[in-house]
Ligand binder design. Sequence first.
Ligand SMILES: [Zn+2]
Length: 307
Amino acid sequence: MFPLVHHPDYTAPLPPGHSFPMDKYGMLLVALEEAGVAHERVAPEPMPREWLEAVHAPDYVAAVLEARVDPERQRRIGFPVTPRVARRSQLSAGGTYLAARLALQRGFAANGAGGSHHALPDTGAGYCVLNDLAIAANRLLEERNARRIMIVDLDVHQGDGTAVILAGRADAFTFSMHAAKNFPVRKARSSRDVELPDGMSDDAYLAALARELPACIDAFRPDLILYQAGVDPHVDDRLGRLALSDEGLSARDRFVMAEAKRAGAPLASVLGGGYARGSAMVVARRHAATIATLGEAHMADRLQKLH
Ligand SMILES: [Zn+2]
């Protein structure tokens, strides 16, 4: 059993017909149940305001928490920042922090939300309001829960916000492997960016990951990995541009867990993007498969050690 961080308020109502699959956060539990994935559910606290302000501009944090984000920023975010959306963003950051704390104790934990990697210091963007990854990493480092944190971002979109917020820090490393031609148009500079051509499928993708990630891990030697495990590199994703199969995504997730174990670093995963055609349940099942794969890969290794 591994800890899964979840809160009922991870889902917040959006205007009718909105294309963001907000229901996937609740459906993730159904999908995990359906697949028989044994886990222990833990509820997060909202991230306290001071920790939001440690990486975001206080004016922007105030606008989010008081649900008065200006129209231009709301356009950039892609949905209205209501009080419920503000609460969800604060809980999601608290959830990533909690998952990391639990991973430090247990080796692996998953947040059933988070991965809001496009949020920048003074604005949200691309369906991201507050950057849970940067907020959690900064707090974990400040509290000395970890000394060197690596963010492994395999969402199909670049983790531009995380890269900008954590740029120049010696205690944080941002690794982003993404579709070169996808959002955002103007890329930021991560510690390591791996840009992939449109239409790349399993074998080439896994080869690129195997070529790039181990060297970064060896050079940086993280004592904690935050894994943005977006499932939008899937071939059927609406906003993808890559062509991974279900098996390809599983192989990706097994590889990342194997690398974390090799480095002796606990791993906390966050959901990230996933925009399936059709029902939100399709994408919830993809996220559930990722979490199940990571949980199994983590346990398999522990069972081997016992023998
Ligand atoms: Zn994405």
